[in-house]
Design a protein around this ligand. Structure first.
Ligand SMILES: Nc1ncnc2c1ncn2[C@@H]1O[C@H](COP(=O)(O)OP(=O)(O)O)[C@@H](O)[C@H]1O
Ligand SMILES: [Mg+2]
Length: 215
């Protein structure tokens, strides 16, 4: 059905967290999912290996920074699953660029700090460059407010700051302790705390993403 890549120049903004938890939400919607872990640090594979949750059954490591290998893997995964999610490393624009060349949707998570916003511009231009090379409206590009402290001014202002950058903004993900706790158990929030506020946030994000990719 779709290839969704998550990118961004900065580490620590929640890319891998969003990939893992979106994978679980799509599985909960009855979709088959493959997660391609294209970050040489393999955070997602490490998360999956902490337990025997859904990630342990759908995460595949993409080894090395070989652009052709990533694209070939993404295309074959697309034949085998409804949704393919690609996690890309920070600071390695080539991998994120290759992912943007195959993705239908490119998500750019951004944390609440102004420094996160600054580095987002580069990531946005990378995604736009991929679109120009493809001579296509693909990948669609969306911002995701991530690790938001909902009860702070910075947190509340993030979505509107992102809108000013000219791309649509998806429902925000709050900074919440269950997100990290779930990782410790090798689980996603969907599995670890299915009735939590955090779960609702990932579910809302997944619904919004689903609306985009089914078009
Ligand atoms: N919504 C969140 N709430 C709490 N902690 C989070 C959240 N998102 C990410 N984290 C934590 O922040 C750190 C960086 O997240 P990660 O997904 O690895 O970022 P990236 O992949 O962009 O480098 C991790 O320790 C992760 O558990
Ligand atoms: Mg990561």
């Amino acid at each position: 059905m779709a290839i969704i890549a998550v990118g961004g120049r900065k580490g620590g903004v929640g890319k891998s967290t969003i990939v893992g938890n979106l994978a679980a939400e799509f599985a909960a919607m009855g979709r088959s999912v493959i997660v391609l872990d294209a970050d040489p640090q393999h955070s997602l594979a490490a998360w999956a290996a902490q337990g025997d949750g859904m990630l342990s059954r759908c995460v595949e490591k993409v080894k090395g920074a070989n652009a052709e290998a990533l694209r070939a893997k993404a295309r074959s995964a697309e034949k085998a699953a409804d949704v393919v999610l690609i996690d890309t490393p920070p600071g390695m624009p080539e991998t994120a660029y290759q992912a943007a060349l195959v993705a239908d949707l490119f998500l750019l998570p951004c944390g609440p700090s102004p420094l996160d916003l600054f580095s987002l511009k580069e990531a946005l231009s990378l995604a736009l460059k991929a679109r120009a090379e493809r001579r296509s409206k693909r990948p669609r590009i969306r911002f995701v407010p991530s690790k938001v402290l909902m009860n702070t001014n910075l947190g509340r202002g993030l979505s509107s700051s992102l809108e000013e950058m000219g791309k649509k903004v998806l429902p925000p993900i709050g900074q919440r302790i269950v997100v990290a706790e779930a990782v410790l158990s090798g689980l996603t929030v969907c599995e670890y705390a299915p009735n939590s506020v955090s779960r609702m946030e990932f579910k809302n994000l997944a619904k919004a993403v689903h609306e985009i990719i089914k078009r």
